[in-house]
Design a protein around this ligand. Structure first.
Ligand code: SAM
Length: 296
């Protein structure tokens, strides 16, 4: 195994020219060209020689080389078939890397982890394609893929949304979902000049450390997330109206008001004022009320 040969602009340009590679905007291709940022990601991901890493979107293999140095095994899933010959070249010195030419949103990741790591938890590390950040992260959590942590580069604004709490303008369904499953921590802000081509927005590395057991008790997870989505779908409406107007929920106004009262909240309360604990309590109350009130 050698030391990483990629990670700076000259090397990236060299590889791109050698293979006459052209960037595909539809795949959110912004390759990392800053070794300091790469070091920071690897450190934050806390990878050891026992770990298996799942990398989503290896690009030309820049971060993959760093991951392969640190981990026992790396499984890299890349959608763009034009990148596969490049990856086979840049990663040829690493025997612990497996490249899969697949769309991560179509892969049964649980099955893959079972086959590749005997079902033991993996660490996910990626410079994510920004157009599908949320479905990727939510997919990993909701499908209960065994992961200990997810350390990813995302749009700065999305990292802020994941980390924030009630009363903040960025607070919403994504904040609650992420915090239900994990502890978010923003590791670093990363400016556009660390990528090729430069993205139009600022980026951030965020580490999501999965809770060993859920931090709140929820009887029906699906119901809680339906309630959360309904609360934030109509931000300017009160929570009671948001729930009443939801197509997915079928609780009477009386039951909703009763539940809010039980929570110690007034009729005018908005979703953005509720903590995760509040949503759990509200959903547990409504879950019990369901046989009488019904739920679509
Ligand atoms: N990891 C590389 C780096 O840091 O230089 C590339 C990161 S680039 C932001 C995102 C990568 O994800 C690209 O290589 C892109 O082709 C790939 N990608 C986009 N959509 C994907 C999908 N649905 N499944 C797997 N890979 C995808």
């Amino acid at each position: 195994m050698g030391s990483p040969t990629l990670g700076n602009p000259q090397k990236t340009i060299e590889i791109l020219q050698k293979y006459r590679f052209s960037f595909q905007k539809k795949f959110g291709q912004n390759f990392l060209i800053d070794t300091h940022v790469l070091d920071k990601i690897i450190r934050a991901a806390d990878i050891g020689k026992d770990d298996m890493v799942l990398e989503i979107g290896p690009g030309i293999g820049t971060m993959t080389q760093y991951l392969a140095e640190a981990a026992r095994k790396v499984l890299a899933v890349e959608i763009d078939k034009n990148l596969i010959p490049i990856l086979e070249d840049t990663l040829s010195g690493y025997e612990n890397v497996r490249i899969l030419n697949e769309d991560i949103l179509k892969v049964d990741i649980r099955k893959l982890v079972r086959e590749e790591n005997g079902g033991k938890p993996v660490k996910v590390v990626a410079n994510l394609p920004y157009y599908i950040t949320t479905p990727i992260i939510m997919g990993l959590f909701e499908e209960h893929v065994p992961v200990t942590s997810i350390t990813v580069m995302v749009q700065k604004e999305v990292a802020d949304r994941m980390q924030t709490g009630p009363g903040n303008k960025d607070y919403g369904a994504l904040s609650l979902a992420v915090q239900y499953y994990a502890v978010p921590y923003i590791v670093a802000n990363v400016p556009p000049n660390c990528f090729m081509p430069r993205p139009k927005v600022g980026s951030a590395v965020i580490r999501l450390t999965r809770h060993e057991k859920p931090c709140v008790e929820v009887e029906d997870e699906r119901l809680m997330f339906d309630i959360i989505r309904a609360s934030f779908n109509q931000r300017r409406k009160t929570l009671a109206n948001g729930l009443k107007n939801s197509e997915k929920l079928d609780f009477s106004k009386d039951i909703i008001m009763e539940a809010l009262e039980c929570l110690g909240k007034g009729a005018g309360v908005r979703g953005e004022a509720l903590t995760l604990e509040d949503f759990a309590e509200l959903s547990n109350y409504l879950s019990k009320a369901r046989p009488a009130a019904g739920n679509k």
